[in-house]
Each structure stands twice: as structure tokens, then as C-alpha cells.
Design a protein around this ligand. Structure first.
Ligand code: G3I
Length: 377
């Protein structure tokens, strides 16, 4: 048997048993090489990818990406579940994985209104605590978490999703207990805990003009107080027709003009029909809506695959045109099967938002991005 036949036979056999065809993978382009000199390229990781439960996801990450973000394990409810005790195991695994692979490790996130337990804001009687008590709790959390990973985590999403679409501050419990300066206090404490760590502000829909202007004000405010702010992350949960090109350009230019980095921190592209009307529903229970809201259960038809591929190329071409300002693009997940978009805004859909498919194989969008990046050299 010739070598080609042997390779073919091994590939065929591995496809048949559903395993990876590692020989074919050696020919795969490598995103971190393709985007070298443009920006860092990465993925958000769940614990399965680093704990050994999902070794094929880990293999993709090790091969393709040079930066990782904690999808959930560093959020308050996970890392600091009760007042006087922290749970570092999963976060330690995540950080160790990144360091072992010489990756830029991003911590997500210190101060957010979601995935933070209610006890954080109340005393033993259930009443909201005072400003001073709240600042002390915030300080303890940030000093402990950032301090533990000092010199290991390159940058932190210090405050996440603090702005409303019309440019105000989200009325969350941080604001209620501390006041507007909860934002600047978080940056002050994070810098104190690790003076060398980069500090970011992270949010969605920052392409919307009112929210963009609010982010600009937020950065200027921190800068005017002499606080460290290194960049703004636009999450990048994008769709087939949003964001509008001009709005994304304007956002990148406005933030870049402040002398800080722009990062796309949670990118995915959703091709499924909008389902916000049914927020929280389990689609598998809604026989009448299954077909309409979950049309690609058996795979993405060629026409849809092409639209998704073109949209990814278009977005990356735009990001590449801002080289020097956009410093990192992180996909929100490794492969389609584990994306949060299978369960949001409704549960139980079959979603296709990432670059690797449900069988861990690179999609047409992956190869299109390689071409897009090479054309920009
Ligand atoms: O771990 C539990 C599991 O034990 C339980 O059986 C299961 C049942 O619901 O839930 C599991 O936890 C879920 C967790 O994801 C891990 O899968 C939570 O319910 C679920 O709420 C959580 O969702 C995360 C979401 O943030 C929470 O707000 C998503 O994974 C995560 O991708 C998403 O990420 C956010 C960013 O942090 C901020 N920007 C938006 C982005 C998307 O919502």
C-alpha cells in the first residue's frame, strides 16, 4: 500500500469511528500564525476544556489560539461563592493551562451585575449593606482574586456591562450600594492588586452611538482620575446584519483616539432566527415553533453555511483594517456544540456561531478567515 493510501485509510477509519483525523489536522492552517502581526486570536474556555473532560477542545485551543479567556470560572459566584471563602480550583486550572501553553491569559470578570450572589450586597438581616461595607467587600474580592493571579493573568475585564443602551449606568446593586464611583473604585483596587496587569472595560452593543459615547466618557473619566485603563472590549455577539459597518468603525476609531486598545472579546456570529420574543423558553418543548426557530437541527445547508462564512470574512476584514488599534479577537467558545447560543435566548437550539463545528472540525468560515488575513499581509 502506498503512503497516500495508508493515510487515506487511517483518515477514513477515524472518521468512521467519529475520532479526530489527526493526520488531516497537521495540514490545518494555524490561526495564531495566520493572524500574527495583526492581533492576538483566542477563545473563551469552559472548565471541561482544561480539566481533561474535553481533550479535543483542548487540542484545538493549544494548536490554534494564543490567548484564552475564562468563560465562567472566574465569575464571582464561581470563584467566591460564600462570604469568607473562595473556590479557586477551576480558575487555577484555567490559568495553569494558559501559562503552560504560553498564552495571554485574560481574567473575566471582576465586577458585573450577573453571576454575583445576592449575599454580596446584604447583611445577615437581608438589608443592603452600607457604602463602606460594600467597598470593603469589593476590595477584598478584587485584592484576593487579582492578587492570586498576579503576574499570570495579563489583563482583567474589571467592570462588565455597566452601561445601558442609552448611555446611562445600569441600575444594579453596585450602583445602589456604592454610588457611581463603584466603577472607578474597581479599577483603583485592581491596579493596587497587580500594578502590571492590563485593565479593561467590557460591554456589548458598544457600536450603538449613545453607548459608544458613554464608553468614551467612562474611559476619559478613569484617565482624568489618573487610573489605569488599557482597553475597551466590545463583546462581539454579532449577527448576519449587525453591527452596521459604519457604527463599528466609529466605535473603534473613537476608542482608539483615547490611546487605549480595542478588543473583540466574545465574538460569535448567530445565523439562527431571532427568538427574543420567547426568551427563556425551552424550544424542545414547543412543537409548533421548533421548525421556525430551530431550522438547522440536521446541519447547516450549503447556502446558510456560505452566508455565515461571508459574514465572518466581512467582519474580520473590517477588524483587520483597524490594525494597530484592534489588539485581540477572542471567540466566545471553541466549537459550536458548547456555545452559550445553543441555550440563549431560548434553550435547546442547534446553533452554529463559532469556527469549529460540532465534530471539532474547522468550518468554511475558518478557512475563509485564513484567506482574509493572508490577503491583508
Ligand atoms: O454549571 C451549571 C450546571 O451544573 C447546571 O446543571 C446547568 C443547568 O442550567 O447550569 C450550569 O451553569 C450554567 C453555566 O453557564 C455553565 O454552562 C448557567 O446556568 C448559565 O447561566 C451559564 O451561562 C453563562 C452566562 O454567561 C451567564 O450569564 C454562559 O455559559 C456564558 O457564556 C455567558 O457569558 C457571558 C459573558 O460572561 C458576558 N457577556 C455575555 C456572555 C453571554 O451571555
Amino acid at each position: 500500500m502506498t503512503m497516500i493510501k495508508i493515510v487515506f485509510a487511517i483518515c477514513l477509519a477515524s472518521v468512521l469511528i467519529g475520532a479526530a483525523c489527526s493526520i488531516a489536522q497537521t495540514d490545518q492552517p494555524i490561526l495564531k500564525e495566520v493572524f500574527a502581526g495583526h492581533f492576538l486570536i483566542g477563545a473563551a474556555l469552559n472548565d471541561d476544556a482544561v480539566s481533561g473532560k474535553d481533550p479535543r477542545a483542548a487540542e484545538i485551543v493549544e494548536k490554534q489560539f494564543n490567548t484564552i479567556t475564562a468563560e465562567n470560572v472566574m465569575k464571582w459566584e464561581k470563584i467566591h461563592p460564600v462570604l469568607k471563602s473562595y473556590a479557586f480550583d477551576a480558575a487555577d486550572r484555567f490559568v495553569d493551562f494558559g501559562l503552560k501553553n504560553k498564552m495571554t491569559v485574560i481574567g473575566h470578570t471582576l465586577i458585573w451585575h450577573a453571576q454575583v450572589p445576592h449575599w454580596v450586597f446584604v447583611d445577615s438581616a437581608g438589608t443592603l449593606v452600607s457604602r463602606d461595607a460594600m467597598l470593603a467587600r469589593m476590595h477584598d474580592h478584587i485584592a484576593t482574586v487579582v492578587g492570586r493571579y498576579k503576574g499570570k493573568v495579563k489583563g482583567w475585564d474589571v467592570v462588565n456591562e455597566a452601561l445601558t443602551d442609552d448611555g446611562g449606568l445600569v441600575k444594579n446593586k453596585w450602583l445602589r450600594t456604592i454610588g457611581e464611583d463603584y466603577v472607578s473604585k474597581a479599577y483603583e483596587y485592581a491596579h493596587e492588586a497587580d500594578p502590571d496587569a492590563e485593565l479593561y472595560y467590557n460591554d456589548f452593543s458598544l457600536d450603538k452611538p449613545a453607548k459608544r459615547d458613554a464608553a468614551v466618557r467612562l474611559v476619559k473619566d478613569l484617565q482624568s482620575k489618573g487610573l489605569r485603563i488599557d482597553g475597551v472590549g466590545i463583546q462581539g455577539h454579532w449577527g448576519m446584519d449587525y453591527p452596521i459597518r459604519e457604527d463599528l468603525d466609529a466605535f473603534i476609531d473613537s476608542i482608539g483616539a483615547l490611546g487605549v486598545k480595542v478588543m473583540v472579546t466574545e465574538m460569535d456570529v448567530d445565523i439562527l432566527p431571532p427568538a427574543f420574543k420567547y426568551m427563556g423558553a425551552d424550544i424542545t418543548m414547543k412543537a409548533d415553533l421548533k421548525k421556525e426557530l430551530n431550522p438547522y437541527v440536521d446541519g447547516l445547508p450549503e447556502e446558510a453555511q456560505k452566508r455565515l462564512t461571508d459574514r465572518y470574512s466581512e467582519l474580520f476584514a473590517q477588524l483587520l483594517s483597524h490594525r494597530g488599534i484592534v489588539s485581540r479577537v477572542t471567540l466566545w467558545g471553541v466549537y459550536d456544540k458548547t456555545s452559550w447560543l445553543n441555550d440563549w435566548p431560548v434553550r435547546g437550539r442547534t446553533s452554529y456561531p463559532l469556527l469549529f463545528d460540532r465534530n471539532y472540525q474547522p468550518k468554511a468560515a475558518f478557512y475563509a478567515l485564513v484567506k482574509t488575513a493572508e490577503a491583508k499581509r
